[in-house]
Structure formats: C-alpha cells, structure tokens
Design a protein around this ligand. Structure first.
Ligand code: SAM
Length: 250
C-alpha cells in the first residue's frame, strides 16, 4: 500500500473522495423505490471515508457492508459512524472489489459511487450480479459523456484515464445485456463536482504539500489533480457522473 500513502493523505480528511452529494444519493434511493423501513442488506463498494454509507445508514433500516481496499479510509469511516451513532448498522470490510468474499444472492442492494471504474463498469456489473438477490437493486455512478461529440483535448484525456467512458445509452445497453432491467438514470449536477469534491481538495493542497515536505511526488499529485479540475471547469458541459439504477432479472 506504500504507493497509496500520499493519495490517502490528500483524500482521507475530505467528506468524500469523488463527485457526489447527499441530495443526489437520496434521489437515487427514491428512483430505486427502496423501502426505508425494510431490513435490507446493502453493500457499498469503494466507500472511501463513507459519505454514501453513512447517509444510507442514517436514512434506512439497513445493514451496510462498507467495502474499500484502503484501511485508512475505513478507519475514518468507523470513527464517523461511531460519532453519528450508526456503528451498529455499518460493517467495514477491507478488500478489493474484484475479490468480494460474498455468497450468491446475499444482498438486496449493491451501491457504488464513483468507484466501479477501478475494475471497469462492464466487468463490475457482471461480477457483482451474482451477489444480488433476484429483484435486487444495483445503484452505481459512472463517468459518462453527456454530449454526442466532444473536443479532442477532452476525449484524449479521458480515454487515457478511463477508456470505458461512454454515453449513457451504451451504459444502459451494458446493463440490459448483462441481466439487469434499467429503471433510472440521472446526471450529477455541477455542485457535486465543484462544491462537494474539487473545492475542498483544492483548499487542502497547501497543507498537504507542507505535511509532505513539498516533495516531488506530492507536487506531482497536486499537479495531476489541478489538471483534472481545469479540464472539468473548461469542459463540464460534456461529461459528468451518470447515476444508473437497475434491477437484477431472473
Ligand atoms: C473516487 S473514490 C470514491 C469514494 C466514495 N464512494 C465517495 O464517493 O466518496 C474511489 C474509492 O474506491 C476505492 N478503491 C479503488 N480501487 C479499489 C478496489 N480495487 N477495491 C476496493 N476499493 C477500491 C478507493 O480507495 C476509493 O475510496
């Protein structure tokens, strides 16, 4: 995990580690028509320090297994859950999303915000399907083109970062072809990127660099983050995270 120490140090103090928002998670819950009083079993994959896990634990009568492969993030999540009186509803699990130790049809809901790209959308929805009960719900956010064409600078950047980036109709097609019935989709608005994610990180760059002796590696991380933010500000009408909600078919 040595390679991750700087990234952990930059991100672990933030409320979230990717674009999103409480209102948007709640919107996904409503579109999925998740029963708030049912004793559901939920997995939150790539949960980070728990922005979505804690909201789900607060809003639902559910048991949530919060999965991330970085123990430092899970430690923060555990502290936050305790402070919010939600510990009994949250079980942190440190493991990789491509080696989940779950049984077939164990979960009512598989939730994942800004994380499925780590194994790729198609692979994720195929691999995770068996853990869901028939009729169970998949709620995932995935970087998505929101225009039919886009400037080459942007196309090149994101195809380098994540070649699976595509338009929503393709993502919905993947869900249809892999045993799900898509039941909802919406696009994360700008404030989920800027106010909720990029600005807090930008505000922490100075302290991050100080903590890490202004090292070359730390500066490279800040530079890469600034490049991503700059591109978002320039081209935000062309892409966002799409939130996809789908039901597992027989
Ligand atoms: C962009 S962050 C999103 C975090 C959180 N869901 C949120 O929205 O704030 C992606 C998360 O996925 C986790 N992650 C990356 N690769 C992973 C893997 N192979 N298995 C489990 N978690 C992974 C990272 O540690 C990080 O917490």
């Amino acid at each position: 995990m040595e390679d991750y120490q700087l990234l952990i140090d930059l991100h672990k103090r933030a409320n979230r580690q990717g674009p999103g928002g409480d209102a948007e998670s709640e919107k996904a819950l409503s579109l999925a028509r998740i029963d708030r009083s049912a004793p559901l079993k939920i997995a939150d994959i790539g949960c980070g320090t728990g922005a979505s896990t804690l909201l789900l634990a607060y809003l639902l009568k559910a048991q949530i297994t919060a999965v991330d492969f970085l123990k430092d993030f899970l430690n923060v999540l555990e502290d936050r859950a305790e402070n919010m009186g939600l510990s009994e509803k949250v079980t942190p699990l440190c493991c990789s999303m491509d080696k989940l130790p779950f049984g077939d049809e164990e979960f009512d809901v598989f939730w994942s915000e800004g994380a499925i790209y780590n194994i790729g959308f198609e692979r994720g929805v195929i691999d995770w399907r068996r853990f869901l009960k028939v009729g169970g719900l998949l709620v995932v956010s995935e970087i998505t083109w929101i225009t039919a064409s886009r400037p080459s600078e942007l196309q090149k950047y994101w195809e380098g970062e994540y070649p699976e980036i595509d338009v929503a109709s393709s993502k919905v097609g993947v869900l249809e072809q892999t045993g799900y019935s898509p039941i909802g989709y919406f696009v994360l608005p700008e404030h989920c990127w800027l106010e909720n994610y990029y600005r807090p990180i930008q505000n922490s760059f100075k302290e991050f660099l100080n903590r890490n002796g202004n090292s070359e590696e730390a500066r490279a991380i800040v530079e890469a983050e600034n490049r991503e933010i700059e591109l978002y500000e320039k081209y935000k009408t062309h892409y966002s995270y799409g939130v996809y909600i789908a039901r597992k078919l027989d």
